[in-house]
Design a protein around this ligand. Structure first.
Ligand code: GFB
Length: 312
């Protein structure tokens, strides 16, 4: 439904402990709705019966499907089962339970890695399934593509109002700062911070520094998802991004500047670069009346502040 109101609705944020889910919970505090969450100890989202039972009991009207096994390039490459199986189960269980229990509207969240490795840039939504995926994250990408298709199939077969949003690389408070499993932004924040404290001469960056990535603050992402929930209703997924990208080297320089680390940047070429570039077209979401409001430097500085306050 276009112009869908979430007022006084019961809104389930699945994955509320994650970076995106917690941003959604914060964003929904500004809305006149009732936010539902469930802890991992209460319901394992990979367990179909548990998800069905909880959904039948709690009767959400609206679902944001932000629950997922996520990680950076190395984690994606090292744990293919977790990234494929866990994500397939989580999304299938929640989407099926939502339909079965009469959820009015659902927004499934994916990722820009659904697109072909060498997609034309900036990547428009209909580039999906036009070419081979990036091997380091194809497990995650396949799961997310299946999620889009599942939401579409419920719309096609049953008329369910299920939509999908595909955010670009996200960062912000609540991110994972573990160097082995994190994405690049939290890794660089941590590395620069620790290098500064130790008075190191260098900071090590994985790969060549040449890949380009588009970054969006997670609060902008949450705002975009709420916007889409209220105003978008169609088959095709919607890119959620800033429309701008930087090289990993440029990002590293910016992080060092914000953190105040003045050493030299060195490259660990034993680590993968991944996709050369994945800048998404922001035309569609802009035409739907949304644009980001947090620029990269400002968002990065705020995230560094969060990291220092929560480091322990
Ligand atoms: O953020 P990231 O792990 O994920 O890596 P992807 C982005 C780029 O930063 C890669 C480089 O070229 C990395 O080699 N990089 C440099 C680093 N230094 C570091 C570091 O210390 N840590 C990390 N992690 N990277 C993921 C996908 O791809 O992005 C997921 O694997 C998902 O499926 C997610 O789509 C958004 O952008 O390459």
């Amino acid at each position: 439904m276009m112009n869908y109101s979430i007022e006084r609705k019961r809104v389930w944020v699945a994955g509320h402990r994650g970076m995106v889910g917690s941003a959604l919970v914060r964003r929904l505090q500004l809305e006149n709705c009732e936010v539902l969450t469930v802890s991992r100890s209460e319901v394992d989202l990979k367990d179909q019966m548990a998800v069905r039972a909880w959904t039948a009991r709690e009767k959400p009207d609206v679902v944001f499907l932000a629950a997922a096994k996520v990680g950076g390039i190395l984690a994606n490459d090292s744990y293919p089962v977790d990234f494929l199986y866990d994500n397939l189960m989580i999304e299938a269980n929640i989407i099926e339970a939502a339909f079965r229990n009469g959820v009015e509207k659902l927004c499934f969240l994916g990722s820009s890695c659904i697109y072909p490795k060498f997609a034309e840039q900036p990547i428009v939504e209909n580039a999906l399934l036009t070419g081979a995926l990036e091997p380091t994250n194809e497990w995650y990408a396949i799961a997310k593509i299946a999620g889009i298709k599942l939401a579409q199939s419920y719309r096609k077969q049953h008329g369910a109002d299920f939509i999908s949003a595909m955010p670009t690389n996200l960062y912000g408070p609540g991110d994972n700062f573990d160097l082995n499993s994190s994405h690049v932004m939290p890794a660089l924040i941590r590395k620069a911070h620790e290098a500064k404290l130790r008075n190191d001469k260098t900071i090590t960056v994985w790969g060549t520094g040449k890949p380009r990535r588009e970054f969006l603050h997670v609060d902008d992402c949450a705002d975009a998802c709420v916007h889409l929930m209220k105003s978008y209703s169609d088959f095709e997924h919607v890119n959620v991004g800033s429309g701008e990208d930087v090289t990993i080297l440029e990002l590293t320089q910016l992080v060092c500047e914000v953190v105040g680390f003045k050493g030299e940047i060195v490259h660990d070429l034993s680590k993968p670069d991944g996709t050369p570039r994945k800048l998404m077209s922001a035309d569609k979401i802009r035409s739907l009346g949304w644009k980001p409001s947090i620029d990269l430097r400002e968002g990065l500085a705020a995230t560094y502040g969060w990291f220092k306050a929560n480091i322990n």
